[in-house]
Write a protein that binds this ligand. Structure first.
Ligand SMILES: NC(=O)c1ccc[n+]([C@@H]2O[C@H](COP(=O)([O-])OP(=O)(O)OC[C@H]3O[C@@H](n4cnc5c(N)ncnc54)[C@H](O)[C@@H]3O)[C@@H](O)[C@H]2O)c1
Length: 443
């Protein structure tokens, strides 16, 4: 099939590459010239495990092309995926300006298209209920009619994006147009050969499913975080409780890890957008307000522990940070808890040396020269008064504790992701604070 992908960020680049891998001809369009230049030079613009191999292979096979030309991409393609940003607007709603302006352009292009072949325009961006109808109306307003708008939300996780896209748990296709449905199913069949379902539904249900899923996962994490704070006050251990809960098949093991709050480009904005839509439709989903508020507080919990330990006197102290990305296996810093933690610490007059295996460069865009970027995890430790762990990268899990001991001025660790066992920290004689478990004090 001939496919256009409009917007070549995390979702667009992964989707375009994976569609090409299945033998489709894919033109990826972006309006960011720097990004486009890199992609045209066969240079990846994001860190995503497993992506480079597929990306290079499909460029070499000429199935994956990068272009600034929306018109050519739309005219040459049967299916046009919108993978555009839907950032948080000022009132919490999803800002649809990118999606709607591209829809307008597509309408104008289709009107001028002499062939007038049937086109499928697919919303892969996360968009509020009713957006497919809006996109349809905008395109129709150019006096075009041989098209259908489909909702096809994306569920990939950054860090596992290729794996998730190639073997999705399910594909959701929202449309009442039978021709569009059958073409979309044909496109996705190769991705679900193991039997995972393609769920057919109306556009409204499809649009809501995406927000409902992300908000539920945010809620689960937040529940565990609040429970963790409770555990510290009653002397219980959140890890034991997580295991006790997760082995119940009704609950399941995933998304039960306590920490310093969720971040990223999706959960925070999607929770807020669902709250806003629910208010707009006079049926507020109240529980999500609590999720959003608790998560905000959770991002600063590690700073509160640190201030308490240093008796509110951290001016001129120096701290090491391991992990900047909002989660491991990505370089994405959007809404990363590390940004809040660093901001709070800097307000108190400290200096910081930080290391992230993938996000050091992305972090510079947000934090500029406010912190020092270390060459590796051990370099970050030099002369630090304490270590803070903010992202649970696997490579931090089993460090050389002798080096930690030698380089850290005080043997104090604030672990916002519970990557170490308190018992081990006790044996190694570190002072150790984590989330939802009692602190350990060195002797
Ligand atoms: N990142 C994720 O993990 C993820 C997962 C599922 C769904 N989503 C949703 O997918 C959508 C895209 O997210 P993302 O993380 O890929 O965003 P992104 O910001 O990484 O990428 C968006 C791309 O669109 C480009 N763009 C903006 N306006 C354009 C225009 N007029 N023409 C062409 N290109 C244009 C930008 O330059 C950018 O490259 C959002 O709605 C997001 O909520 C994201």
């Amino acid at each position: 099939m001939n496919i256009a992908v409009i917007g070549t960020g995390y979702v667009g680049l992964v989707s375009g590459t994976c569609f090409a891998e299945m033998g489709n001809m894919v033109i990826c369009v972006d309006n960011n010239p720097e990004k486009l230049k890199k992609l045209q030079d066969a240079e990846l613009t994001i860190y995503e495990p497993g992506l480079e191999l597929l990306f290079l292979r499909n460029i070499a096979k000429k199935r994956l092309i990068f272009s600034p030309n929306l018109q050519e991409a739309v005219i040459k393609s049967d299916i046009i995926f919108l993978c555009l940003p839907t950032p948080q607007g000022e009132d919490g709603s999803a800002d649809l300006q990118y999606v709607l302006s591209v829809a307008k352009e597509i309408g104008i292009i289709l009107k001028s298209d002499d062939d007038k072949n049937f086109k499928i325009i697919v919303n892969k961006s996360t968009v509020p209920v009713g957006t497919a109808k809006k996109v349809e109306n905008i395109i129709s307003s150019s006096n075009v009619n041989n098209f259908a708008v489909v909702s096809n939300p994306e569920f990939l996780r950054e860090g596992f994006a290729v794996e998730d896209f190639m073997k999705p748990d399910r594909i959701i296709i929202g449309t009442d147009n039978t021709a569009a449905m059958s073409k979309m199913k044909a496109l996705y069949e190769p991705f679900v050969r193991q039997g995972n379902p393609i769920l057919e539904m109306d556009t409204a249900s499809s649009e809501v499913t995406k927000y409902a899923s992300n908000s539920y996962l945010a809620l689960r994490i937040t529940y565990m975080n609040e429970l963790a704070n409770f555990c510290e006050n009653v002397g219980a251990n959140i890890d034991m409780i997580r295991k006790g809960m997760g082995t119940d098949s009704r609950i399941g093991k995933r998304f039960l890890f306590a920490g310093i709050g969720y971040g990223g480009s999706c959960f925070p904005k999607d929770v807020k957008a669902l709250i806003k839509t629910s208010v707009d439709f006079n049926s507020e989903i109240k529980i999500l307000n609590t999720v959003d508020n608790v998560n905000k507080q959770q991002k600063t919990i590690i700073v509160k522990k640190l201030l308490k330990y240093f008796q509110n006197n951290i001016k001129d102290k120096h701290f090491a940070i391991w992990g900047l990305a909002f989660k491991p296996n990505t370089d994405d810093m959007r809404e990363a808890p590390s940004l809040i933690v660093i901001d709070e610490l800097l307000k108190n007059g400290v200096t910081i040396s930080a290391y992230d295996p993938a996000a050091n460069e992305t972090a510079k865009f947000y934090l500029k020269e406010k912190i020092k970027y270390a060459l590796d995890e051990y370099d970050a430790l030099e002369n630090a008064d304490a270590l803070l762990i903010l992202t649970e990268w696997n490579e931090f899990r089993n460090p050389d504790f002798e080096v930690l001991r030698a380089k850290l001025k005080n043997k104090v660790i604030f672990d916002g992701r519970n990557i170490f066992e308190p018992q081990k920290m006790r044996e190694l004689n570190f002072t150790y604070f984590s989330i939802g478990r009692l602190p350990v004090f060195s002797s």
